[in-house]
Design a protein around this ligand. Structure first.
Ligand code: F2R
Ligand code: MG
Ligand code: MG
Ligand code: MG
Length: 310
């Protein structure tokens, strides 16, 4: 049976958090290490690290975006910055530039100037894409609005065109996944590719539509740059749309930026399959204090209510 739309909202946000938290155990590991340790996604899923799993900056910032949408119905820059700053916990493992920007935000300094000057042309890290999934849910019926609001949600930290477009691409993938009853892979990838302005995204997206073996997933990259991770995450979903576990497992087996690629892939997969598709043993391991599992579940339901009322 098809998941309800509310289950898809919850699946998206918890799918993001579980992918992030499981992937975080392996962030920065070389591909060869992962291949030596595990034979398959299934093996990784069946022998997860013991104890609780803790999410990182990816989920923490996605929470800030969802809270902003629940409160404002759209991306309101001042509210988004307030949520990012208030939720900021340095121990969640933020990117180098993101840390400076968020600490300036907290201190009431000119954080936008930093976001524009810390890196030449601004950051093209995957930090805008890793957190954008709630935008895809909220504006799922209207692709131009997904594109515009994803842009707005990037600006506090990522002004580089490739950092922004990575977020737009990921948000649209979530929007489409949350709408599809049976994924038409060709049109899923083509719908995203044709909205892109950068060949760095449209080319790999069209190649990902034809991907037929997990061994080629790594060709799309496993790095911290948006261009080396956003299409990888979407491709991981496209390979195994029927399985949340295999989707995040395959993303993590690549090594590199495992928390982020699994967070993005997990958000898309959860939006497509609904929360019921997340293995319950994994969900039960997700941290549950303060803004943990219960909070994220409720936040997703509040976002669904805000979407229904819009
Ligand atoms: N930061 C991490 N992981 C490493 C540390 C955590 C680890 N567990 C540990 O401590 O051992 N992960 C998180 O960061 C990524 C998202 O980063 P974001 O928000 O995009 O940050 P930033 O700093 O803006 O960009 C990341 C790096 O990319 C390079 N870069 C970006 N723009 C550049 C440009 N225009 N020119 C040159 N380089 C550029 C820089 O090295 C940035 O620091 C996620 O993985 C998240 O999980
Ligand atoms: Mg992270
Ligand atoms: Mg990461
Ligand atoms: Mg309505």
């Amino acid at each position: 049976t098809q998941p309800t739309l509310e289950e898809r909202f919850v699946g998206c946000l918890l799918g993001l958090a579980v992918g992030d938290a499981l992937g975080a155990h392996f962030e920065g590991q070389p591909t060869a290490f992962m291949e030596r340790k595990y034979n398959s996604a299934r093996q990784l899923l069946h022998s997860p690290p013991p104890g609780e799993i803790w999410y990182t900056d990816d989920t923490q910032m996605a929470i800030g975006i969802a809270e902003t949408l629940v409160r404002c119905g759209r991306i309101e820059n001042s509210v988004l910055c307030e949520r990012f700053a208030e939720n900021y916990l340095p121990q969640r493992g933020y990117g180098r530039g993101a840390r400076y920007v968020l600490e300036a935000m907290r201190a009431g300094h000119d954080h936008q100037y930093l976001a524009e000057t810390l890196f030449p042309g601004g950051s093209f890290g995957n930090g805008a894409a890793m957190r954008v999934a709630p935008v895809g849910l909220m504006f799922r019926d209207d692709h131009p609005t997904v594109w515009r609001e994803a842009h707005a949600s990037s600006l506090p930290t990522h002004v580089h065109p490739l950092g922004i477009e990575g977020a737009q691409v990921l948000a649209l993938a979530v929007a489409l996944a949350s709408t599809a009853d049976e994924l038409d892979r060709e049109s899923f990838f083509e719908t995203i590719a044709e909205r892109c302005t950068a060949d760095e995204y449209s080319g790999p997206l069209r190649r990902a539509a034809r991907l037929d073996h997990v061994r080629d997933l790594g060709l799309f990259g496993n790095g911290i740059e948006a261009t080396a991770s956003v299409v990888t995450a979407i491709a991981a979903f496209g390979l195994t749309p029927e399985s949340y576990g295999e989707t995040i497992g395959n993303a993590i087996l690549l090594g590199g930026d495992t928390d982020t690629i699994a967070a993005m892939a997990g958000a898309i997969s959860g939006a497509y399959l609904g929360v019921g598709a997340i293995p319950s043993e994994l969900l039960a391991k997700l941290e549950d204090r303060k803004q943990g599992r219960t909070y994220i579940d409720q936040l997703a339901r509040d976002l669904y209510r805000a979407y229904e009322d819009s």
